[in-house]
Design a protein around this ligand. Structure first.
Ligand code: AHR
Length: 618
């Protein structure tokens, strides 16, 4: 295939291109990125998932009972556990299916109520009962008052596995009533950037290495809620943890809301990501829609949320942000209204009044914000953009390579959820079943690469692309495959085959696309071409899908002469169904070679079938 790339005539890209999408699914946050190690730390419940003692067990001759006391820790956390017994008694937590223990500082705290003159013992224990770390905490506990206690645990060695527990004990004979009440029992390992209430380091490292340029949050279905009342309410996710009530996710478990709006923004700060904030749009997953006459309250709530994030401290919600410790406003350039509003019978009301109500109000108050519809299945008004999601077979991903060629740049599109989820020729996706693949697999990744190249060719119209869902805890998940998979042992985190694709494309960023001509049609070689104006590096990104032989390529960039050096990176895998698994070795073979342009400035190389490649001039 001979390809000539012109030196002008392309478009300026949006500069975001590849990002991340987060919603609470697959224990992505709870028991995942959000570094809290104690599961069910505050016995939070909801109508759907009533408060329980899940993950807790009694230690010694004690009994645990769930209580809803007349004087709870807070209105948000009305439930607590009463631990009753004589001698050394207490409670133990199994963590999110294990607790990783290694020589580092663990920061813990708990609230307790009841008169007690002894001390508490906080410990990390192996499955055989070996004490991995322990500390005594002097009691400040008194009757009729909730008192917070803090402690540090520092194990001396790495545990043999992550099958460890946390225990908190006390001497029952030194209580005045024979029992104590506990709530909000928390334990954190060191977090990314050492933020209190922060994020798990290994997963953040995998994201940092990926180099995402934006974060779409907080969902996904989880934003919408099962019911209107069950929606993700931003104002319940901020402030002290004891004031966050938790809620039922739409994914079969409850969330503490410890990973809340401010934590999302700090996550963006920490990884240099542009926030793409999704606001609730008047539609719940059960199909309930807010009637037009009642919508103002929710539109105002979205404006309040944006003011909370971006307003000066002189505004009502900017002042609230300052009050909880964040005087400096953030910048928001993109707000998406809802999620997949063409589903759940939501499209007619979205078209008729819901989208325009949010769009008009947000644009009037914040003209610099680009508002996005959560669909492209409607005429998008004014300066708004859209969001397109694709979960499909590799073949169908390839078929959509040219989908964006005729789109208008007037309504830029976010590709907010993209993944190959089903093998070719396997019929329709059965959403009630687990998907074909636990992990992204190589030919699926190649299909995604072709689709991404179609988007990059149109990178003035496509705001950016993100894989979804992003993460999955292998011990409890609802949806596979995902970009990263993990369990409680950080050494076993799997960066999927698709992670390698996104990482390669992300680290070779084009500020401008450049038009290419060739006498060969696209397929089996698909590509996008451009330049990074900051470095003057000329870039060719490609994927080979279903070729019967290696594809010889002769590539010239107008203005790039003989002898110019370029790095050519080619990703391959041992077979089309190879996957990167939790605890396994990386199967993606990445080879970078330096090549030189020939007499006519041509770069000559061959790309194997089922390969992904990037050539970047030096
Ligand atoms: O990413 C998983 C789900 O897929 C999201 O919650 C939803 O937006 C889509 O249907």
């Amino acid at each position: 295939v001979t390809i000539s790339v012109a030196k002008s005539g392309g478009n300026v890209t949006t500069s975001l291109q590849y990002g991340a999408m987060e919603e609470e699914i697959n224990h992505c946050g709870e028991g995942g990125l959000y570094a809290e190690l104690i599961r069910n730390r505050a016995f939070q419940g909801s109508t759907k998932y009533p408060s329980s003692l899940d993950a807790w067990s009694a230690v010694g001759r004690s009994s645990l009972s769930l209580q809803t006391l007349a004087d709870p820790l807070s209105t948000a956390l009305p439930n607590s556990v009463n631990v009753k017994g004589t001698g050394i008694v207490g409670l133990a937590n199994e963590g999110f299916w294990g607790i990783d223990v290694r020589p580092q500082k663990y920061t813990g705290s708990f609230y307790v109520k009841g008169s007690y003159t002894g001390s508490f013992t906080a410990s990390l224990l192996s499955s055989t009962g070996e004490v991995l770390a322990t500390t005594k905490v002097a009691s400040k506990s008194v009757a009729n008052e909730w008192v917070q206690h803090e402690f540090i645990l520092t194990p001396k060695k790495k545990a043999a596995d992550s099958n460890n527990t946390f225990s908190l004990t006390f001497d029952g004979s030194k209580t005045s009533s024979g029992s104590l009440d506990f709530n909000l029992i928390s334990l954190f390992p060191p977090t990314w950037n050492d933020r209190p209430n922060g994020m798990r380091r290994d997963l953040m490292q995998a994201l940092a290495d990926l180099g995402p340029k934006f974060l779409r949050f907080p969902g996904g279905n989880n934003l919408e809620g099962d019911t209107i009342e069950g929606r993700w309410k931003w104002n319940e996710t901020i402030g002290p943890l004891k004031d966050r009530p938790g809620r039922a996710t739409t994914w079969q478990y409850g969330e503490t809301l410890g990973l809340g709006l401010v934590e999302y923004m700090q996550w963006c700060d920490d990884l240099g990501m542009e926030p793409i904030l999704a606001v609730w749009a008047g539609l719940a997953l059960n199909g309930e829609v807010v009637p037009e006459a009642d919508l103002d309250f929710y539109v105002q709530d979205a404006l309040n949320e944006i003011e909370f994030l971006t307003g000066s401290v002189d505004t009502e919600y900017g002042a609230l942000r300052a009050k909880i410790g964040h005087p400096d406003p953030w910048k928001i350039r993109y707000v998406e209204v809802g999620n997949e509003d063409h589903l759940s019978d939501g499209l007619s009301s979205y078209r008729a009044y819901r989208f325009s109500a949010f769009y008009n109000a947000i644009t009037a108050k914040y003209p610099d914000i680009q508002v996005l519809a959560s669909t492209i299945n409607m005429t998008i008004p004014g300066t708004a953009g859209g969001d397109y999601h694709l979960y499909d077979t590799p073949d169908n991903m390839v078929t959509q390579f040219d989908m964006f060629d005729n789109f208008s740049p007037d309504h830029p599109i976010l590709l907010g959820e993209i993944a190959a989820t089903e093998p070719n020729n396997a019929g329709n996706i059965n959403w009630d079943d687990t998907h074909f693949s636990m992990y992204p697999w190589w030919i699926g990744t190649i299909g995604e690469a072709v689709f991404l190249l179609g988007a990059e060719r149109n990178a003035d119209k496509i705001i950016g692309t993100t894989y979804a869902p992003f993460l999955m805890n292998l011990d409890s998940y609802q949806w596979s495959p995902t970009l990263l998979s993990f369990n409680s042992n950080p050494d076993q985190t799997a960066r999927s085959t698709s992670w390698h694709l996104y990482s390669l494309f992300n680290h070779n960023h084009m500020t401008n696309t450049l038009p290419a001509t060739s006498s060969d049609a696209f397929g089996p070689l698909y590509y996008a071409t451009g330049v990074d104006n900051k470095t003057n590096s000329h870039i060719f990104k490609a994927a080979v899908y279903n070729s019967t032989a290696e594809v010889p390529v002769s590539l010239t960039f107008e203005g790039v002469g003989r002898g110019t050096k370029a790095d050519l990176t080619i990703l391959t895998a041992p077979d089309p169904f190879a996957m990167n698994e939790v605890g396994g070795a990386n199967i993606v073979n990445s080879k970078t070679t330096q090549i030189k342009a020939g007499k006519k400035g041509e770069f000559s190389f061959k790309l194997p079938n089922l390969s992904i490649a990037v050539l970047a001039t030096q």
